[in-house]
Design a protein around this ligand. Structure first.
Ligand code: ME8
Length: 535
């Protein structure tokens, strides 16, 4: 463990959030993509020795949920309780997601504070009563602008995202003076170039704000499934205002000031492109209006596409993560989407690509390296890691390769949220170690029974095992179960302690595994794939 705990050093908690998902249906690959990315990011920062808070949860109010519950003949609360307990929480457990909290917007700890926040805005004259008529997409839970609509062949106006007809709503609502925040938001984007990631998302937001913002309707009076407006309970608070506030209420807003100050604002809000404007425009404006600090970064991931279309709950291309984990295992699943798709870009998923990468990179490159080294330490040294010499150029090249991989993975994953680049850097090192073994041919050196020959064999196998020690640590945020198996097979816990306590900064320090460590063959990391199920 680090000498001083992060709390004692007075450091701000590294706080990462996922969107809180609508519970109108069960989660699909798209939701899991964002949530696993956040899990890898937070696990990485934990291994840096930082204090971390990882928040996810569910968005349970609004018309979309209400209509779904009605269609199923249950109350919205009953519907949400069932979906959360039967589908959402179990999936995150299944995928090894180590979230620190799970907030539901129907919880009192949330609803009370949402009312306080909105009341504060009202008292500060940031909210007024007015009327509005316009096209509304229930799937987005959003009034649409003309540019957000497409026309069906029969002339019906459709939401461009959901391809579903919009409703024309006319309501007397409360409005937040969003239009006043355009210049302040633009100044913030300008002063903080990393605030919106990637660049394309940033440009989209900047252009949108430059066109001028309209005030935002923040209440609804035609249904009551929501948080009542405190000064006028015939209205409920617009589901998006309610939802965005989860990022504050979950970490003690209005309830535990010490905790709030140590955690808020989020360092990274992970979101999909669809909800970028809510997070990069409305949320910062709400915070500015109430004098609260703004988040560090809004990072938008691209779409997972199936057959060229965005995968979604409503268009029935939603594939369940469990369909894949049953076949490929949880770790390969976690690894695949981050490895194969540049974060921030759209990416197509295919069974064939996952299968091919599983076999070549996980089973052949990584799994075989681990099993070969364990087998050779077993065969030639009775399963005790031998004492090594410093070796020569070949060993120096491996040590240099490791230093490079650690620095690059730390920068890319820990700072830039470039998961595919960071994982590629680690796998380049895996390839390098494989290449080292192929060149050094320890199985041939083993035949030389002289002291020199045996010393050389010891050095080669130590170099490979020590490299695997580092690989286990570096891949732990991505594939925790596999890393644990490898850690156990290297006998590392006894000498180095728990895998979760290993620091990224120490990873490149050579010689940590002590001679004499017990190396066992352990479980096969990536078993050969079964034939794919036929449809
Ligand atoms: O928007 N590819 O919830 P939601 C990649 N409740 N990511 C995807 C995806 C896909 N095909 N489909 C979904 C909401 N996602 C609101 C959020 S936050 C205060 C309120 C991911 O259930 C992506 O992160 O519709 C997207 O933004 C989120 O799921 C939308 O989830």
């Amino acid at each position: 463990m680090a000498a001083t705990e992060p709390e004692a050093r007075g450091e701000k908690t590294y706080y990462v959030s996922t969107p809180i998902y609508y519970v109108n249906d069960a989660p699909h690959l798209g939701h899991a993509y964002t949530t696993v990315a956040g899990d890898v990011l937070t696990r990485w920062h934990r291994q840096r020795g930082e204090k971390v808070w990882y928040l996810t949860g569910t968005d349970e109010h609004g018309q979309k949920i209400l209509r779904t519950a009605e269609a199923h003949g249950v109350t919205p609360q009953e519907w949400c309780d069932k979906l959360v307990e039967e589908s959402w929480r179990p999936l995150w457990t299944h995928l090894d997601v180590a979230n620190d909290d799970f907030i539901r917007t129907t919880e009192k700890r949330h609803t009370d504070r949402v009312q306080e926040f909105v009341q504060d805005l009202y008292d500060k004259d940031e909210i007024y009563k007015g009327g509005y008529e316009g096209p509304y997409c229930v799937s987005c839970e959003e009034y649409k602008l003309p540019g957000d609509l497409i026309e069906a062949e029969d002339g019906t106006q459709l939401c461009a995202i959901h391809k579903k007809p919009v409703d024309i709503l006319q309501e007397e609502n409360y409005f937040f003076k969003l239009s006043e925040y355009g210049p302040k938001l633009l100044a913030h984007y300008e002063a903080n170039p990393g605030f919106i990631q990637p660049e394309s998302a940033r440009n989209e937001v900047v252009n949108f704000v430059k066109q001028g913002l309209q005030d935002l309707s923040i209440s609804r009076s035609t249904f009551d499934w929501g948080v009542p407006v405190p000064w006028d309970p015939k209205h409920v608070i617009y589901v998006w205002i309610d939802a965005l506030l989860n990022y504050a209420t979950a970490v003690g807003y209005g309830a535990d000031q010490t905790r709030f100050d140590a955690t808020f604002p989020a360092d990274v809000h992970l979101v999909g492109k669809d909800i970028l404007r809510f997070h990069a425009i409305i949320w910062p404006a709400m915070l500015m209006a109430n004098g609260l600090p703004l988040p560090g970064k809004i990072a938008a991931n691209g779409w997972l596409l199936v057959g060229g279309e965005k995968m979604s709950k409503s268009n029935l291309t939603g594939i369940k993560p469990q369909d894949l984990t049953t076949h490929f295992g949880v770790d390969a699943y976690r690894w695949y989407f981050l490895r194969a798709i540049a974060f921030g870009q759209d990416g197509s998923f295919s069974w064939e690509d996952l299968s091919a990468r599983y076999t070549s990179e996980l089973a052949n490159d990584y799994g075989n390296l681990a099993s070969r080294v364990a087998a050779m330490v077993g065969k030639y040294f009775g399963g005790k890691l031998p004492e090594a010499t410093a070796g020569g150029d070949a060993e120096q090249a491996v040590r240099d390769g490791l230093s490079k991989a650690v620095a690059e993975a730390d920068r890319r994953i820990g700072e830039e949220l470039d998961f595919s680049g960071g994982i590629a850097a680690i796998f380049d090192f895996v390839k390098q170690v494989n290449g080292y073994l192929t060149e050094q041919e320890p199985w041939k050196v083993a035949k030389d029974t002289s002291d020199e020959g045996q010393a050389r064999l010891a050095t080669i196998l130590y170099t490979a095992a020590e490299s695997l020690r580092a690989i286990a640590v570096l891949l732990n945020p991505v594939m925790p179960d596999t890393s644990q198996k490898l850690w156990d097979s290297l006998g590392a816990a006894e000498s180095l302690g728990a895998l979760a306590d290993q620091r990224i900064a120490d990873t490149a320090t050579w010689g940590r595994l002590p001679a004499g460590a017990t190396v066992t063959k352990g479980a096969v990391l990536f078993p050969r794939l079964e034939e794919p199920p036929t449809a």
